[in-house]
Design a protein. Sequence first.
Length: 177
Amino acid sequence: MTEVLTRNRMAVNANSLIRNRCNAGIGWGTNNYPQYSLPEWFAGTNAGSGAAFSAGQFAGGNTNAQQAIDVLKYVANLFGGIRTTRIVIYMSHYSLGQTVVSDQTAVAHTIYSVAFSNNVAMPFAAGNDMNIDVFNDACNRLYNQYVASARNNVVTLTNTICHTSCHSSCHSNRGRR
Protein backbone atom coordinates (compact mmCIF):
# COMPACT_ATOMS: atom_id res chain seq x y z
CA MET A 1 0.00 0.00 0.00
CA THR A 2 1.32 3.43 -0.96
CA GLU A 3 1.76 6.07 1.74
CA VAL A 4 -0.72 8.96 1.66
CA LEU A 5 0.72 12.09 0.11
CA THR A 6 0.25 15.00 2.51
CA ARG A 7 1.72 18.50 2.34
CA ASN A 8 3.81 17.78 5.41
CA ARG A 9 5.09 14.48 3.99
CA MET A 10 6.06 16.21 0.72
CA ALA A 11 8.03 18.88 2.62
CA VAL A 12 9.78 16.34 4.85
CA ASN A 13 10.72 14.11 1.94
CA ALA A 14 11.88 16.98 -0.30
CA ASN A 15 14.08 18.32 2.52
CA SER A 16 15.54 14.89 3.10
CA LEU A 17 16.07 13.99 -0.57
CA ILE A 18 17.14 17.41 -1.90
CA ARG A 19 18.05 20.02 0.74
CA ASN A 20 19.95 17.80 3.17
CA ARG A 21 21.98 16.14 0.44
CA CYS A 22 22.80 19.44 -1.31
CA ASN A 23 23.97 20.96 2.00
CA ALA A 24 26.12 17.97 2.95
CA GLY A 25 29.91 18.15 2.80
CA ILE A 26 30.39 21.88 2.23
CA GLY A 27 33.94 22.86 3.10
CA TRP A 28 34.05 26.53 2.19
CA GLY A 29 31.70 29.40 2.88
CA THR A 30 31.70 32.90 4.35
CA ASN A 31 32.94 31.46 7.64
CA ASN A 32 35.75 29.29 6.25
CA TYR A 33 37.72 29.76 3.05
CA PRO A 34 41.32 29.48 1.80
CA GLN A 35 43.75 32.30 2.55
CA TYR A 36 43.69 35.08 -0.06
CA SER A 37 40.29 34.01 -1.37
CA LEU A 38 37.83 36.83 -1.91
CA PRO A 39 34.97 36.86 0.62
CA GLU A 40 32.56 38.06 -2.07
CA TRP A 41 32.89 34.68 -3.80
CA PHE A 42 30.78 33.09 -1.07
CA ALA A 43 27.00 33.27 -0.60
CA GLY A 44 26.72 31.71 2.85
CA THR A 45 28.42 29.58 5.46
CA ASN A 46 29.63 26.04 5.08
CA ALA A 47 26.47 24.96 6.94
CA GLY A 48 24.71 25.35 3.59
CA SER A 49 21.71 27.15 2.23
CA GLY A 50 18.87 28.01 4.56
CA ALA A 51 16.37 27.34 1.78
CA ALA A 52 13.87 24.65 2.72
CA PHE A 53 10.65 23.05 1.63
CA SER A 54 7.64 23.68 3.89
CA ALA A 55 4.13 22.25 3.96
CA GLY A 56 2.73 25.73 3.33
CA GLN A 57 4.38 25.88 -0.08
CA PHE A 58 2.18 23.08 -1.34
CA ALA A 59 -1.50 23.81 -2.04
CA GLY A 60 -4.13 22.62 0.43
CA GLY A 61 -6.31 19.66 -0.40
CA ASN A 62 -5.04 17.39 -3.15
CA THR A 63 -1.83 18.98 -4.40
CA ASN A 64 -1.80 18.67 -8.14
CA ALA A 65 1.26 17.66 -10.08
CA GLN A 66 1.97 21.03 -11.72
CA GLN A 67 1.90 22.88 -8.43
CA ALA A 68 4.24 20.32 -6.84
CA ILE A 69 6.58 20.49 -9.85
CA ASP A 70 6.73 24.29 -9.58
CA VAL A 71 7.58 24.18 -5.85
CA LEU A 72 10.16 21.43 -6.23
CA LYS A 73 11.95 23.13 -9.11
CA TYR A 74 11.91 26.60 -7.55
CA VAL A 75 13.36 25.53 -4.19
CA ALA A 76 15.81 23.03 -5.71
CA ASN A 77 17.34 25.80 -7.83
CA LEU A 78 18.16 27.72 -4.64
CA PHE A 79 20.91 25.16 -4.00
CA GLY A 80 22.61 25.73 -7.38
CA GLY A 81 25.39 27.81 -5.79
CA ILE A 82 26.64 24.91 -3.69
CA ARG A 83 29.28 23.69 -6.08
CA THR A 84 32.61 22.01 -6.33
CA THR A 85 35.02 24.92 -6.50
CA ARG A 86 38.67 25.14 -7.41
CA ILE A 87 40.45 28.16 -5.94
CA VAL A 88 43.83 29.08 -7.39
CA ILE A 89 45.86 31.82 -5.73
CA TYR A 90 48.76 33.35 -7.66
CA MET A 91 51.55 35.51 -6.30
CA SER A 92 52.86 38.19 -8.59
CA HIS A 93 56.46 39.35 -8.34
CA TYR A 94 57.74 42.23 -10.46
CA SER A 95 60.81 40.32 -11.67
CA LEU A 96 59.87 36.67 -11.15
CA GLY A 97 56.39 36.78 -12.69
CA GLN A 98 53.47 34.77 -11.35
CA THR A 99 53.67 31.62 -9.26
CA VAL A 100 50.91 29.46 -7.83
CA VAL A 101 50.87 29.62 -4.04
CA SER A 102 47.66 27.65 -3.52
CA ASP A 103 45.52 25.37 -5.68
CA GLN A 104 42.68 23.71 -3.75
CA THR A 105 39.34 22.13 -4.59
CA ALA A 106 36.37 21.61 -2.28
CA VAL A 107 32.59 21.99 -2.19
CA ALA A 108 31.76 25.64 -1.56
CA HIS A 109 28.66 27.75 -0.93
CA THR A 110 29.27 30.24 -3.74
CA ILE A 111 27.49 33.12 -5.43
CA TYR A 112 28.01 31.32 -8.75
CA SER A 113 24.69 29.55 -9.02
CA VAL A 114 23.56 27.18 -11.75
CA ALA A 115 19.86 26.94 -12.62
CA PHE A 116 19.38 23.26 -13.33
CA SER A 117 15.81 22.20 -12.64
CA ASN A 118 14.35 22.98 -16.08
CA ASN A 119 16.43 20.12 -17.48
CA VAL A 120 14.64 17.55 -15.31
CA ALA A 121 11.87 15.39 -16.73
CA MET A 122 9.30 14.89 -14.00
CA PRO A 123 7.85 11.40 -13.47
CA PHE A 124 4.30 12.78 -13.33
CA ALA A 125 2.29 15.07 -15.58
CA ALA A 126 0.57 18.36 -14.89
CA GLY A 127 -2.99 17.87 -13.68
CA ASN A 128 -2.39 14.32 -12.44
CA ASP A 129 -2.59 13.18 -8.84
CA MET A 130 0.60 11.80 -7.35
CA ASN A 131 1.64 9.28 -4.76
CA ILE A 132 4.65 9.43 -2.44
CA ASP A 133 6.73 7.03 -4.54
CA VAL A 134 6.34 9.18 -7.64
CA PHE A 135 7.02 12.32 -5.58
CA ASN A 136 10.22 10.79 -4.16
CA ASP A 137 11.30 9.84 -7.68
CA ALA A 138 10.87 13.50 -8.72
CA CYS A 139 13.02 14.63 -5.76
CA ASN A 140 15.75 12.14 -6.65
CA ARG A 141 15.71 13.26 -10.29
CA LEU A 142 16.14 16.89 -9.20
CA TYR A 143 19.00 15.99 -6.86
CA ASN A 144 20.74 13.93 -9.56
CA GLN A 145 20.48 16.85 -12.01
CA TYR A 146 21.86 19.18 -9.31
CA VAL A 147 24.85 16.86 -8.91
CA ALA A 148 25.44 16.76 -12.68
CA SER A 149 24.97 20.50 -13.23
CA ALA A 150 26.38 22.10 -10.08
CA ARG A 151 28.11 19.72 -7.68
CA ASN A 152 30.15 17.92 -10.36
CA ASN A 153 30.58 20.98 -12.60
CA VAL A 154 33.69 22.61 -11.13
CA VAL A 155 33.89 26.40 -11.07
CA THR A 156 37.45 27.80 -10.95
CA LEU A 157 38.10 31.05 -9.10
CA THR A 158 41.44 32.85 -9.14
CA ASN A 159 43.06 35.70 -7.26
CA THR A 160 46.47 37.28 -7.69
CA ILE A 161 48.30 38.80 -4.75
CA CYS A 162 51.50 40.85 -4.70
CA HIS A 163 54.61 39.40 -3.08
CA THR A 164 54.67 42.42 -0.77
CA SER A 165 52.80 45.63 -0.24
CA CYS A 166 53.41 48.07 -3.07
CA HIS A 167 53.85 50.89 -0.55
CA SER A 168 56.36 49.15 1.66
CA SER A 169 58.26 47.17 -0.90
CA CYS A 170 61.73 46.20 0.26
CA HIS A 171 63.04 47.23 -3.16
CA SER A 172 61.59 50.74 -3.05
CA ASN A 173 62.80 51.32 0.53
CA ARG A 174 66.46 50.39 -0.05
CA GLY A 175 67.48 53.89 -1.08
CA ARG A 176 66.00 55.40 2.08
CA ARG A 177 68.02 53.38 4.60
